[in-house]
Write a protein that binds this ligand. Structure first.
Ligand code: TYD
Ligand code: MG
Length: 461
C-alpha cells in the first residue's frame, strides 16, 4: 500500500516560536497569553531544505576541513552606510554576505532608516534593491522625496512572493537588499499564512542561503507586535547574523538603535537618532539632547550619568514625593524599574529615617529613555530627598553610584568615562562612590565629592 503523505498540524507561539501539539492558552516559554496559532506543516515542505546555516553553505562550497591557521581573518571590506551611528552599532559597517534583522514597533522608523541606508549606499555607487511588501511604489517615492536625492542605482520592487524576489536577486546581483517586512513575505510552498511562524522561519532560512551563496548583504525588517497576530523577530534571532532593535517613544522624537546579537562586532554600542521632517538625523551629542529643556530652580530634579553600552549619557531624574489621596500610597516609575524605586525608598526610610512610606512617589527619567542601571540609584535617592524636603539641588551637579540595602554606596563601572562626560558638558561637581576617588585626577574645574553611604549624601546635599 502506498504511504500517504500526511499533513501534520502543530501549534506555534507567534511570539517566540514555541511548538506544541495542542493549543495552549499561555506559552510555557515566553508566558504570553493567547499567542498560539494552528499551522499546517507537511513533511515534504522545505522545512529542512530552507534552514541552512552559514556554516553549511561554507562547507558545501569547499568541502574539505582546513587548519585554523590557513583561514584568512583579514578584515573584509565593509559597506559603509554613511550613517555613523548605525555603522558603529554594526561594528564598522555592513559585512558582505550578512543577514541582518531590524526589529521594532510599527511606526518607529525602520523603513525610513533603511531607505536612508539605501540612499547613501547608492550615492556611493553600490547597487541596492529595496523590496517592499507593505507599501506601494508611490508611497515609497513620496517618502524618498522627504529624505533627499537618490541616484539611479536604487531599485524598488513591490512584491511579496519569495520565489519572484529570489529570481530577481539571482538574475542581477546587488550588493545590498532590503526586505520590508519579513511578515509580509510569502513562500508558496508552505501552506501557512504570511506572518506565521513557519512562513517567517522558512523565508528567513532561504534568504540566509541566498545571502551566503551570492555574498549579498540582506536587511530584514521585523515588526514587534503585542497581539501575537504575526510572528515576532524573536523567532528569527538564532538564524540571522545580526539583530538590531530600533526603540523609542513613537510620539517622542529620539530613537535608539541597539544590537542584541552581532556576529561581526560588539553588542554594547548604541546609536541615537532624531526623527525630523526630512527623515532620521544622527544625534552626535545624546547627553545635550537628553538634558535640553531642564527646569531651573525646581526641587526633585537631578542629573545622573548612565552608561549605554560604552557611551556615557547624562539624563535628568525627576521625582515627586507628595501626600497621598489613597489608603495605599501610589508609586510609579517611568523609564526605570518600579521595584528598584520601592527598594530605594525603603532604604531611605530605614537607614536615614525619612518618613516616606505613607507618601506617593513618582519617578521619571526625562527624555523617555529606559534605563535599568544600578548606577542610577544614588541619583534616584537624591531626587526623592530633594522633592521630599523641597530643596533645590545644585544644577551643575552630577550624581551616580549604586546603593546597597544597608544604605552603603557602591562602586560603578566606567567611572572615568562618566567623569569626563560631566566635565565636557560643563558640570562643576560630581558626587560619586568614595571608594572610587582613589587614583582619579579630576579634570580642571570639576570638583569630585565621594560619599560612603546614603547618610553621607544627605549631608552633602
Ligand atoms: P516608518 O519608517 O514608516 O516606520 P516603520 O517602518 O518602522 O513602521 O516611520 C513612520 C513614521 O516616521 C511616521 O509616523 C512618520 C514619521 N516620519 C517623519 O517624522 N519624518 C520623515 O521624514 C519620515 C519619512 C517619516
Ligand atoms: Mg515600515
Amino acid at each position: 500500500m502506498p504511504v500517504k503523505s500526511k499533513q501534520k498540524t502543530v501549534f506555534f507561539c507567534q511570539e517566540c516560536g514555541y511548538e506544541s501539539a495542542k493549543w495552549l492558552g499561555q506559552c510555557p516559554a515566553c508566558h504570553n497569553w493567547n499567542s498560539f496559532v494552528e499551522e499546517k506543516v507537511s513533511s515534504s515542505s522545505g522545512s529542512r531544505s530552507g534552514r541552512l546555516s552559514a556554516a553549511d553553505s561554507e562547507t558545501r562550497r569547499e568541502n574539505r576541513p582546513k587548519p585554523l591557521s590557513a583561514i584568512s581573518t583579514e578584515a573584509e571590506d565593509r559597506l559603509v552606510t554613511g550613517l555613523g551611528e548605525l555603522d558603529r552599532v554594526l561594528g564598522g559597517g555592513i559585512v558582505p554576505g550578512s543577514l541582518m534583522l531590524i526589529g521594532g514597533d510599527p511606526g518607529i522608523g525602520k523603513s525610513t532608516l533603511l531607505l536612508q541606508v539605501c540612499k547613501n549606499l547608492c550615492n556611493n555607487s553600490h547597487k541596492v534593491l529595496y523590496v517592499s511588501g507593505e507599501e506601494s511604489l508611490r508611497q515609497i517615492a513620496l517618502r524618498a522625496e522627504r529624505i533627499g536625492d537618490f541616484s539611479d542605482s536604487l531599485e524598488i520592487f513591490c512584491e511579496t512572493s519569495l520565489e519572484r524576489i529570489c529570481d530577481e536577486i539571482k538574475k542581477e546581483r546587488r550588493e545590498c537588499v532590503v526586505i520590508d517586512s519579513i511578515q509580509t513575505m510569502c513562500n508558496e510552498e508552505i501552506s501557512a499564512s504570511p506572518g506565521s511562524v513557519s512562513q517567517v522561519r522558512e523565508t528567513t532560512g532561504i534568504l540566509l542561503r541566498l545571502a551566503k551563496e551570492n555574498n549579498i548583504s540582506i536587511f530584514i525588517v521585523g515588526h514587534v507586535t503585542k497581539e501575537g497576530a504575526v510572528a515576532g523577530p524573536k523567532v528569527l534571532e538564532h538564524i540571522v547574523d545580526t539583530v538590531l532593535y530600533f526603540e523609542g517613544e513613537a510620539k517622542g522624537t529620539y530613537r535608539i538603535i541597539r544590537s542584541v546579537k552581532n556576529r561581526f562586532g560588539s553588542t554594547d554600542e548604541i546609536g541615537v537618532f532624531e526623527m525630523s521632517e526630512a527623515g532620521l538625523k544622527e544625534v552626535l551629542n545624546p547627553s545635550e539632547f537628553m538634558l535640553s529643556g531642564r527646569p531651573k530652580g525646581a526641587s526633585g530634579s537631578v542629573v545622573a550619568c548612565c552608561m549605554e553600552g560604552k557611551r556615557p549619557i547624562m539624563v535628568e531624574i525627576q521625582a515627586l514625593v507628595c501626600d497621598t489621596a489613597f489608603n495605599i500610597p501610589r508609586r510609579q516609575a517611568m523609564g526605570t524599574d518600579y521595584n528598584r524605586l520601592n527598594l530605594l525608598l525603603a532604604v531611605l526610610e530605614k537607614r536615614v529615617g525619612l518618613r516616606i512610606s505613607n507618601l506617593d512617589a513618582y519617578l521619571n527619567i526625562a527624555g523617555g529613555l529606559k534605563i535599568n542601571e544600578p548606577a542610577l540609584d544614588l541619583a534616584i535617592i537624591a531626587a526623592c530627598v530633594s522633592s521630599f524636603k523641597n530643596i533645590v539641588l545644585d544644577e551643575e551637579m552630577v550624581v551616580f553610584g549604586e546603593v546597597g540595602l544597608s544604605g552603603e554606596v557602591r562602586a560603578v563601572t566606567g567611572i572615568e568615562l562618566r567623569i569626563n562626560e560631566a566635565a565636557r558638558l560643563g558640570f562643576k561637581r560630581v558626587i560619586l562612590p568614595s571608594s572610587q576617588l582613589k587614583g582619579i585626577r579630576p579634570p580642571s574645574g570639576l570638583e569630585l565629592t565621594g560619599v560612603k553611604s546614603v547618610a553621607d549624601l544627605m549631608e552633602v546635599m
